[in-house]
Write a protein of this length. Structure first.
Lengths: 139, 68
C-alpha cells in the first residue's frame, strides 16, 4: 500500500470516526434552547480530536516508510487526486445548495452551519473514498 | 485500455528487473508501474519514454496501440 493510500485511509477513518461521533452526539443532545453552546463545545472537541488523530497516524505512517512519505506525488497519484477533488467538489456543491435553501426557508443559523460542516465532511469522505477506490483498482 | 505493453517481458529479459527498480528509474511509485504493467493506467508520454529508456529500447518496443 502506497503512502498516499495510507493517508487516504487515515483521512477516511478520522473524518468518519470523529465527525460521525460529533454528529451523533449533536443529534442526541440537540435542543434549540441550549443546543448551540453545547454544540460549540462538541465541535471544538471534535476538531481537536481530529487534528490529534490525523497527526499521530500520519507520523506513524511516515515513520514506517520515510522514503515514500518524502517522495513527491507521481503523475498517476496526481491524476487520482484531481479526480477525487472533482467528486468532492460536487458533494460540497450539493451541501451548499441545501444550506442556501435552508437559509431561504428561515431555518436556524446554527443548524445551517452544521449542514455546511456536514457537507465539508461528506466532501472529504468522498475524496478519500474515491482515492482509495482508485488506488485499489489500480486506475 | 487500447494501449498494451511489453513491460513484464522486458523486465524478465533485463535480469528480472523488479517493479521497484523500474519505478525508481522512471521516477514513479511501484504501484504506478504495476498499474501500467496491468494495462490499468496509460502513462504520460514522458513516463513512457523513461520506461523505454530504462530498458534501452525504442518506445514502440514497449507500448502498442491496440486498434478495435
Amino acid at each position: 500500500m502506497s503512502f498516499r493510500e495510507k493517508s487516504a485511509w487515515i483521512a477516511l477513518l478520522a473524518y468518519g470516526g470523529v465527525f460521525g461521533a460529533y454528529f451523533v452526539a449533536l443529534w442526541r443532545s440537540w435542543d434549540p434552547a441550549i443546543g448551540q453552546p453545547l454544540s460549540i463545545g462538541l465541535l471544538v472537541a471534535a476538531m481537536v480530536g481530529f487534528v490529534i488523530i490525523v497527526t499521530a497516524l500520519t507520523i506513524i505512517a511516515a515513520l514506517l516508510n520515510p522514503t515514500a512519505a518524502n517522495a513527491p506525488a507521481d503523475e498517476r497519484e496526481k491524476l487520482i487526486d484531481l479526480k477525487a477533488e472533482r467528486a468532492a467538489s460536487y458533494t460540497l456543491s450539493v451541501g451548499v445548495l441545501l444550506s442556501m435553501t435552508g437559509l431561504l426557508m428561515g431555518f436556524n443559523g446554527f443548524l445551517i452551519a452544521n449542514v455546511l460542516l456536514a457537507s465539508l465532511v461528506a466532501a472529504e469522505l468522498v475524496k478519500a473514498g474515491w482515492q482509495i477506490a482508485s488506488f485499489r483498482m489500480g486506475a | 485500455m487500447p494501449i498494451e505493453n511489453e513491460i513484464r517481458r522486458l523486465r524478465f529479459e533485463n535480469g528480472e528487473m523488479t517493479q521497484a527498480a523500474l519505478a525508481e528509474k522512471v521516477g514513479v511509485t511501484r504501484q504506478t508501474i504495476i498499474a501500467i504493467e496491468q494495462n490499468k493506467y496509460a502513462p504520460s508520454l514522458e513516463a513512457a519514454f523513461k520506461i523505454a529508456d530504462a530498458f534501452s529500447v525504442p518506445l514502440e518496443s514497449v507500448f502498442h496501440w491496440k486498434k478495435d
